[in-house]
Design a protein around this ligand. Structure first.
Ligand SMILES: Cc1cc2nc3c(=O)[nH]c(=O)nc-3n(C[C@H](O)[C@H](O)[C@H](O)COP(=O)(O)OP(=O)(O)OC[C@H]3O[C@@H](n4cnc5c(N)ncnc54)[C@H](O)[C@@H]3O)c2cc1C
Length: 137
């Protein structure tokens, strides 16, 4: 039996992704839709591949994955963790036999747009269609 995806080696090289460290560039990632005050982080990572996600999880002491940061609970607000934005994992594969592979960073609205021409839709969605597949679905 093949290993489940969470146990197999990542596709692609395990290497450092692009990162933001400038306070001005990081600022938009320090709050989610709950507007919880006091968010702070030393770096925001923007992985584009499984290997880059693996690097962040291997090297980070505490990592907060974030999608669209539309959380209403403050759960996507960093308090000292490395922020790992999933927004660049936004590939949508071909729709075949009623199935599609979508990256964790695909917005639910984009996924619905890709499925609509095939007469399909993705049912488990919150009201906010800007949420990302990695969390929102
Ligand atoms: C206008 C509006 C309407 C909404 N309506 C609803 C609704 O009807 N129902 C509902 O349930 N919610 C609703 N929400 C809340 C929010 O949109 C959802 O909770 C949504 O699923 C969050 O998706 P996100 O991509 O913004 O995740 P984020 O807010 O970025 O993250 C949410 C949490 O998941 C974690 N996380 C993110 N990605 C991953 C990942 N790939 N792996 C592991 N953990 C991850 C984050 O660390 C965080 O703790 C609404 C929000 C808004 C602003």
């Amino acid at each position: 039996m093949p290993a489940p995806p969470c146990l197999r080696a990542p596709r692609g090289d395990v290497r450092a992704p692009p990162r933001l460290t400038d306070p001005g560039a990081i600022a938009p990632f320090l709050q989610d839709a709950a507007r919880t005050p006091g968010g702070h982080a030393a770096a925001v990572f923007l992985p584009r591949t499984e290997g880059e996600v693996a690097w962040v999880l291997r090297e980070g002491t505490a990592v907060l994955p974030v999608g669209a940061q539309s959380s209403l609970t403050g759960g996507a607000t960093p308090f000292g963790e490395w922020v790992m934005s999933l927004a660049r994992l936004d590939a949508i594969g071909p729709v075949q036999d009623g199935a599609v592979r979508a990256g964790a960073g695909v917005a639910l609205s984009s996924l619905q747009d890709a499925l609509r021409p095939h007469g399909l839709f993705y049912p488990p969605v919150p009201t906010f269609q800007g949420a990302l597949v990695g969390t929102g679905g």
